[in-house]
Write a protein that binds this ligand. Sequence first.
Ligand code: PAZ
Length: 310
Amino acid sequence: MEDEISSFFESSPPLKNMKETTENLNQFIELNSSGFSGGRRIVCVTSGGTTVPLEQRCVRYIDNFSSGNRGAASTENFVKAGYAVIFLYRRGTCQPYCRSLPDDPFLECFEFTDKTNIQVHKSHLEAVKMAVMDQQAAVAEGRLLKLPFSTIYEYLQMLRLIATALKDVGPCSMFYLAAAVSDFYVPWESMTEHKIESGSGPLDIRLAQVPKMLSILRSNWAQKAFCISFKLETDSKILIEKATKALRKYKVHAVVANELSTRKEEVVVVSSSGNVVVRRECDKPESIVEDNLIRLIVDRHSTYIKEYHS
Ligand code: PAZ
């Protein structure tokens, strides 16, 4: 397994802005773990789906479903709970504090009063005000660092970078892995450079299995961090069994199990202390499942930190 992981990274195209990302990351961690900020807990929230390019100069790719809603809503709740959040997200997916804005905020929220002045439409004023204020406050207080990815190569290299940078934060760090990560990919060296030509019949592509990075995250990159992974299934009959297997196999602290069609209504937190169903409060229209989920995860993290130090 370790050989597979090393060869995955060795053959990956290098990250474009590695130096700048590393600097921003180290600054963010230093600020939040120092006495100056009171030593905040730091969580890395991953969000959105990874792509698998089919060509090195990529025109076509395979995608993994995720709107990024879970990651964005969870990030807001972690910030509210006092955490600093490294938001590792797929470009173009849902962003923290933007969930109540329309899909195309620029075109739908704004209007011209005359040819030179633009203003927020009355109907969206409150939502835009809240989004701007909350996002600016989180960034200004140094509680939110956003790092984008698109491909499986970028995602895994950035996850490793973050885990390495968080090593010294130990049990006060957390990984909350809500991103939908590709299980199969085309190895870079066996990928064609230019756009695959059409017109010569069906296309045969052989996909290799993406090495299971969760094991190495737990056993090597971030041994002391609290680690929550997610399991998505479309068949509810196998969901809990699969989540329980993942809990044992990867030795994470909990697996959040969710079914595609009901993921916004309920999730099941599977852990060694039993399974807990977490629901949205149906009688409150504003309520989202992440309000109760993050409360539970934060509680579990507090217990983990206490037990770690005793
Ligand atoms: O991003 P979203 O809100 O549309 O969906 C969230 C989710 C279903 C992608 C997430 O809760 C999840 O289960 N992520 C892990 C997916 C997987 O098993 O690979």
